[in-house]
Design a protein around this ligand. Structure first.
Ligand code: BGC
Length: 470
């Protein structure tokens, strides 16, 4: 973006009154204190302890120590001027073991946290499930077991009873795509299953869990709006060939459509011709399940990071955007690079124009069935270097955020975009990449845990402060 457009007062003029600007995090990536306050273990506690699972061999045992430093973190959010903050409730902290009564100490932590947000004038958006499945449920099959969906609904009731008066917006589940593909199909996230298409029951059960959770939140009568979050990646064929187009449509089905269609339309998509067998676990489900999944929503959460390019033929290496997956070698297509775009620290293409494509696809596919949309995550990792004076001049992140926020603000015909949440407030523990990818507006020194706002934080702060009063 050109310099003048980045000028905070100029950029602020693009933001209409009522458009929410927030930042997002997830419990397991920031809280630490994994053995405190009666927290139970999660599937990620087990996974990160296995040799070779995490790129830098780190664990999230301390992460950002947000559990102890939450006051300082909320002060940073307030100083930044956020309208809203998206965080996740830790299931194993609230309901260790994933069954039974709530853990008083866990509930007390989120009570303190919510009160701190409200005192700071920040509207809380709470995600119920951001990947930390209680280990006991994991041992019993995790998302391959239908029972886990029921369990999520029960936990939603506990959360609704405890926090329903203060949460402004509820997200039931975050990116079931990523849990299914990385966790159950390719084995690069917890629980490390490598089932390829046999992972699809994990998708169905998460979606069912979403449905039960919406029902639970509504039954308790929570004050806030209710939605869920999917990550949408526009999928394009690498070459203008029938085989590339075919596998692009298979990937679009497995990455995007099977997660959005049942939630918004109440049905699974028709598999691309000839691939019906692969999707049988979904196309043969009971219509009652689809009715449970298809709940009226107050909003739809969309995460956008990047497009995906598909080429027919098994990959030589098992490259995926989130790291090497041996099992990719067993699929008949590959995920290939976009040489025309710059890359993030993760190697992901920087392609704001595809964010526009994502919005257009969602509008075209779901039309009237699409509730107002919040971009519940968008952001970028770069290896930010400390300047001699101790500052973090992350000009590339400012550019990335400005270009992507501009896309959200411009929207697309047929989509009512109501807000944008930056991933992430803090540098944090990036799942299988450990501490190697920094997405924060605030730098965190993982040795001393010192927080230092980066230039991108200062830029966003200036933008937010320059918005005209309503
Ligand atoms: C997830 C976050 C993650 C981010 C960057 C999203 O898929 O919801 O937890 O840190 O992407 O990889």
């Amino acid at each position: 973006m050109i310099e003048e457009e980045l000028e905070p007062a100029t950029f602020a003029r693009r933001i209409p009154h009522g458009f929410t600007i927030g930042a997002a995090t997830a419990a397991f990536q920031i809280e630490g204190a994994v053995r405190e306050g009666g927290r139970g273990e999660s599937a990620w506690d087990t996974f990160m302890a296995e040799p070779g699972r995490i790129l830098d061999g780190s664990t999230a045992a301390i992460a950002d120590d947000h559990f102890h430093r939450y006051r300082e973190d909320v002060a940073l959010m307030k100083d930044l001027g956020l309208d809203s903050y998206r965080f996740s409730l830790s299931w194993p902290r609230i309901q260790p073991g994933g069954k039974g009564r709530a853990n008083r100490e866990g509930v007390a932590f989120y009570d303190r946290l919510l009160d701190e947000f409200l005192a700071a004038g920040i509207r809380p958006m709470a995600t119920l499930y951001h990947w930390d499945t209680p280990q006991e449920l994991q041992k019993a099959g995790g998302w391959l077991s239908r029972d886990t969906a029921k369990r999520l609904g029960d936990y939603a009731t506990l959360a609704a009873e405890a926090f329903g008066d203060r949460v402004d917006m509820w997200v039931t589940i975050n990116e079931p795509t990523t849990v299914t593909l990385n966790g159950y199909a390719l084995g690069i996230h917890a629980p490390g299953e490598e089932l390829l298409f046999d992972a699809l029951p994990a998708a169905h059960h998460q979606l069912l869990g979403h449905g039960y959770s919406v029902q639970a939140l509504r039954a308790v009568g929570v004050a806030g709006g209710i939605g869920m979050t999917n990550v949408h990646s526009p999928v394009v064929p690498a070459r203008d060939r029938v085989t590339d187009r075919y596998f692009a449509s298979v990937f679009d089905t497995v990455h995007n459509r099977i997660f959005a269609d049942p939630v918004l339309l109440g049905s699974y998509p028709k598999p691309p011709f000839g691939s019906g067998r692969l999707f049988r676990a979904l196309t043969e489900v009971d219509s009652e399940d689809l009715a449970t999944i298809h709940q009226p929503l107050d909003f739809y959460g969309l995460n956008y990071y990047m497009p995906t390019r598909i080429r027919a033929g098994s990959p030589k290496n098992g490259e995926t955007p989130d790291g090497e997956a041996e099992r990719m070698k067993d699929v008949p297509f590959s995920l290939v690079e976009f040489p025309e775009f710059a890359k993030t620290g993760f190697g992901w293409p920087v392609a704001p124009e595809y964010f526009g494509v994502a919005l257009g696809e969602v509008a075209e596919r779901y039309g009237e069935a699409l509730p107002p949309v919040y971009i519940t995550e968008g952001g970028v990792s770069y290896p930010d270097a400390r300047s001699p004076k101790g500052a973090f001049h992350d000009a590339r992140r400012i550019d990335y955020l400005a270009e992507h926020m501009a896309m959200a603000l411009d929207g697309a015909p047929g989509v009512d975009v109501r807000g944008y949440f930056v991933w992430s407030l803090l540098d944090n523990w990036e799942w299988a990449a450990g501490f190697s990818q920094r997405f924060g507006l605030v730098h965190v020194d993982f040795d001393t845990l010192k927080r230092t706002p980066k230039d991108s934080y200062r830029w966003l702060q200036a933008v937010l402060a320059s918005r005209p009063a309503p």
